[in-house]
Design a protein around this ligand. Structure first.
Ligand SMILES: Cc1ncc(C[n+]2csc(CCOP(=O)(O)OP(=O)(O)O)c2C)c(N)n1
Length: 576
């Protein structure tokens, strides 16, 4: 009899949970699982670095709301994923990480010894800070229950990643029959937006929602601040609720996709790198309703003493799955914290209040754009005298993108000027969505993430925007870019240096910080490396919008290099 192995059961169970694509870097301790996944008909996408595989998986989940897993070998394979797990954790993205482990009877007692097994690390411990669920699986009989626990945890309450560290014997031992009851699954997407397992979550009752809604309706000048908690809501739901409530909306970075930039209710993104109008709206509120936002420091404007006082008088209310986020928060005490899901509240509002206007009001709000002076060049003449010909301004690049991006694009931004400028300036008025690893912001994220997102045939063009520094960090995903030719388009934001760090150094007068010269950026033949990797390069050289349009229209090029004037500095809003 041809008995199934633990790895076969694992592949079956992943399939039952809706996993159709996984991201891998192989090795002796994970080969059995990858083999079984392939046999089960799961698409296995190899990456050249575990970190790229992790970012790709995260991009896949963000854009497609579909489950996936990252499969890596023990030791260095596992630890190479750590920044990916951390990013998923801080932005609440449910990705399952599966690492191989030495045989169960060979496992080291790490409390006593440094290491006994080959490529053995205590991965549960090293990743534990960033997981909703993590477990070592020592025996094949534990495989199915642990996958179920992992999925349950990943989509319950605040979503997040899980780690299963599976010993080689648990993977490879033949198993006669695994006795587990079949399970009724919600679809992953449905589970995510509904925060599965309501009854085990601290969930608000209708009475709480009624009280929250009353506060909103009775407030003199209510403002809603929306964050990443809105990221899994069904398309258009939040925008509809905003219209019903007719309340001004401001967002954090992670909340930008919840509403079109040109919706008249949207007052922009707050923060030191946010829209001045949004920061003003925050201060002028009589009541601030914080929905699914934890407002980290980077997302909160710098307040002067008088503004701080003013902000103290703003009454604050929050709806959250994570009340501890507001302990000792710099926004100060809240009137009330409601525990619950944004989805449930939206549904409650929908059921209680009538909705007359079916289309959002688009007023082409003029101030939801790049704040004037945030991306300033030293002098305008520098642009002309620059040794590099055909340099463009940030404003010009953002305008061109807004006018030429294909409808319904999923745009992944990296770190630095590109992330800030697109979060502020991308209109999202033709169904575009903007993604990034907002909270962790590792360079080199957006290329593998956009490639991961593009794996699902979803009619949504996948676009990556990345700096010349960031793309070098993502060199190991060039083979994947080559393999996916025509599936993703890259805009290379080439300002020839780590300009964000240059700005930082200038601000703190760190004259000795040799960020440009010693990093060797100027000597790295990026264009040649791209061409040698068989990636088809186009360089913007004329009217930017015309070049960009032909880049998006044709299937002849994969990457458009846009030279940004390197004297352009990005500066934060001053204290308000
Ligand atoms: C993995 C990682 N290492 C270091 C940093 C610190 N860092 C933030 S921005 C930046 C420079 C980014 O350069 P580039 O991608 O060219 O964008 P630019 O700042 O020039 O717009 C660096 C080094 C980081 N965010 N991620």
């Amino acid at each position: 009899m041809n008995m199934k192995t633990g790895a076969d059961y694992l592949a079956d169970e992943l399939y039952a949970h809706g996993v159709r694509t996984v991201f891998v870097f192989t090795g002796g301790a994970i080969a059995a699982i990858i083999d079984s996944a392939q046999k089960r008909g799961i698409k296995v996408i190899p990456y050249d670095h575990e970190l790229d595989a992790s970012y790709a998986a995260e991009g896949y989940v963000r854009a497609n709301s579909m489950p996936t897993a990252v499969m890596v070998t023990s030791g260095p394979g596992a630890t190479n994923t750590i920044s990916g797990i951390a990013g998923s954790w801080f932005d609440s993205i449910p990705v399952l990480f599966i690492s191989g482990q030495v045989k169960s009877f060979e496992k080291t007692n790490f409390d006593l010894y440094l290491q006994r097994g080959f490529q053995e690390v205590d991965f549960i411990k090293s990743s534990g800070q960033f997981t909703k669920y993590s477990s070592t699986v020592d025996h094949s009989s534990q495989i199915i229950p642990s996958i179920r626990e992992a999925f349950k945890a990943m989509v319950s309450g605040r979503p997040g990643p899980a780690v299963l560290d599976i010993t080689m014997d648990a993977q490879m031992d033949a198993v006669d029959k695994v006795h587990t009851k079949p399970q009724d699954f919600y679809s992953f997407e449905e589970s995510l937006c509904r925060g599965l397992l309501h009854n085990t979550n601290p969930s608000s009752s209708d009475a709480d929602f009624e009280s929250l809604l009353n506060q909103m309706n009775e407030s003199k000048n209510p403002v809603i601040l929306v964050g990443g908690g809105a990221q899994w809501l069904p398309k258009g739901l939040f925008e509809k609720i905003a219209s019903i409530l007719n309340i001004k909306i401001i967002s954090t970075y992670a909340g930008v996709n919840s509403i079109q930039q040109e919706n008249s209710l949207y007052n922009g993104m707050i923060g030191p790198f946010g829209h001045p109008k949004a920061n003003k709206t925050l201060l002028e509120a009589s009541d601030l309703f914080i929905l699914g936002a934890r407002i980290p420091t980077r997302a909160f404007p710098i307040l002067s003493e008088s503004s701080s006082k003013k902000f103290q008088s703003v009454r604050k209310w929050a709806l959250t799955v994570d009340p501890s986020e507001f302990i000792n928060h710099k926004i100060g005490p809240l009137e009330k914290i409601y525990l619950g899901l944004l989805y449930d509240f939206c549904k409650y509002v929908e059921s209680k209040m009538s909705y007359t206007n079916s289309t959002p009001q688009i007023l082409h709000a003029k101030d939801n754009i790049l704040p004037e002076g945030m991306f300033a060049a030293k002098t305008t003449s520098k642009n002309k005298s620059s040794k590099i010909e055909n340099t463009y301004t940030v404003d010009g690049l953002i305008d061109s993108l807004n006018n030429t991006l294909p409808d319904n694009s999923d745009v992944f931004v990296d770190v630095g000027q590109n992330a800030v400028a697109l979060a502020l300036g991308l209109k999202r008025n033709r169904g575009e969505r903007l993604f990034s690893s907002w909270a962790n912001s590792p360079m080199g994220y957006s290329l593998p993430a956009a490639l991961g997102a593009a794996l699902e045939e979803n009619e949504r063009p996948s676009i990556c925007v990345i700096g010349d520094g960031g793309i070098r960090t993502a060199l190991s995903s060039f083979p994947n870019l080559r393999a996916m030719i025509g599936k993703a388009k890259i805009i290379l934001w080439d300002n020839r240096g780590y300009q964000t760090i240059v700005d930082h150094s200038l601000k703190f007068q760190q004259h000795g910080n040799p960020v440009n010269i010693d990093t060797g950026l100027n000597y790295f033949p990026l264009k040649e490396v791209l061409i040698a990797s068989d990636i088809r390069v186009m360089e913007a050289s004329g009217e930017l919008e015309v070049d960009m349009q032909s880049f998006f229209d044709s299937d002849k090029h994969d990457i458009l290099i846009v030279s940004i004037d390197e004297s352009i500095r990005m500066s934060a809003n001053p204290a308000i």
